[in-house]
Design a protein around this ligand. Structure first.
Ligand code: UD1
Length: 372
């Protein structure tokens, strides 16, 4: 098989995309990233502040375009400008609650966007793809820990259904056309941030995920945390999830690309999770211990669509992708907290906060960083 080294990353300015690009650059890949800034912060001149910081961390350039996957002609233009060997497709609308209110928007963005991408890839003879899927495709699990063979499709929300439908589409195209070489990665619950504190999660939309919410309580922007449900069939009645450090998730993508580079798989699916379940209360306790900050909380009603426990069997990725997760829950809390305290307003705090890396104060104003 031909070696490939130029990776096209959709949703590259987002939380998982930006961390993954750090790992890709450090592994020697070149990166061309796009983002439509639907859920990531944009700079004054259409640049991506998160990717400027990625350049700062790695000392390597990222070619970036502001581009929406629904704009197929722009996508075609980018593919014609660069020789792209493979694609990692993160771009997606992902708010579970919002997806139930505006389903058509979710179907259009996530599914039509993916169809456009696949068509342009095909036109350009590019058939290597890593797809960002989710444990949400398993629905309410029939057994734990969840293996890749667990049935999919009985999904509780529209966002999850878009991931499920895309996976089905990938099955069909890879069965019909033998050139495709695809890995779909089903993430469990990504948390944490790059250990430098320079990049992290900075959603532009109202967020409801546990760790960012808890961190907002810890820095005093929110009064207290509401725990959604205390009567689940779990160790302490609160929901159990399989939290994974975003840098481990990122290294999982590099491992997947390395696998595609070596073997023609047509389509393979892997879980990315540590296989360790942690309840909401246990995570709150870990966070308090690591940060030394008390998190006031109150028990509230269950959130619609939530399930008792989601814990994976992640052994297939470890054996077949030779993926080695390195971060435990304390590191997840430590790194998220470092990012949050160094950047209380996320990437918006261009002048308010000077980010510190290895004791050196860095101006985080994009102008000082490499431009394109
Ligand atoms: C959801 C999505 C998942 C997606 C992930 C990250 C589903 C079913 N889940 O995961 O696909 O990958 O977001 O975007 O589609 N909790 C509280 N209080 C809060 C917030 C959360 O108690 O203020 C609890 C939840 O009830 C749950 C746990 O914390 O038990 C984790 O919640 P969250 O971080 O929102 O992730 P998931 O819902 O598991």
């Amino acid at each position: 098989m031909a070696n490939f080294n130029t990776v096209f990353v959709t949703g590259g300015a987002g939380y998982i995309g930006s961390h993954c690009i750090v790992e890709l650059l450090e592994a020697g890949y070149s990166v061309i990233a796009i983002d439509n800034f639907a859920n990531s912060v944009n700079g004054e001149h259409g640049e991506a502040p998160s990717l400027k910081r990625v350049e700062q961390i790695t000392g390597k350039p990222v070619i970036f375009y502001q581009c929406d996957l629904l704009d197929k002609s722009k996508l075609e233009e980018i593919f014609s400008k660069h020789k792209i060997d493979c694609v990692i497709h993160f771009a997606s609308m992902k708010a579970v609650g919002e997806s139930m209110q505006v389903p058509l928007l979710y179907y259009k963005n996530n599914i039509v966007g993916t169809i456009n991408l696949l068509e342009v890839m095909k036109q350009n003879n590019c058939y290597q793809l890593v797809f960002s899927s989710s444990c949400t495709v398993y629905g309410n699990p029939e057994y734990l820990p969840i293996t890749e063979e667990h049935p999919t499709g009985d999904v509780t929300n529209v966002y999850g259904r878009t991931k499920y439908f895309i996976e089905e589409m990938l099955k069909d195209i890879s069965a019909a056309e033998k050139n495709w070489n695809i890995i779909s990665l089903r993430y469990f619950n990504p948390v944490g941030a790059h250990p430098s504190g320079l990049i992290g999660e900075d959603p532009t939309k109202a967020f409801t995920n546990l760790m960012p919410y808890m961190a907002q309580v810890a820095i005093g922007n929110k009064e207290s945390l509401t725990i959604f449900g205390g009567d689940y069939d779990t160790v302490d009645g609160t929901g159990v999830r399989d939290y994974i450090h975003v840098m481990d998730l990122a290294s999982g993508h590099v491992a997947a690309l390395d696998k595609l580079n070596k073997e023609h798989l047509r389509l393979k699916v892997y879980n990315l999770g540590l296989g360790t379940g942690l309840s909401v209360k246990e995570l709150v306790h870990e966070f308090e211990e690591v940060t030394g900050v008390h998190i006031p909380y109150a028990l509230g009603p269950r959130r619609v669509g939530d399930v008792d426990s989601l814990v994976c069997d992640g052994s297939l990725a470890v054996t077949e992708l030779q993926w080695q997760p390195k971060y435990d829950v304390k590191m997840m809390c430590r790194d998220f907290w470092r990012w949050q305290t160094m950047n209380p307003n996320g990437y918006r705090s261009e002048t308010a906060t000077a980010a510190k890396l290895n004791g050196t104060t860095l101006a985080v104003n994009g102008k000082q960083l490499n431009g394109h």
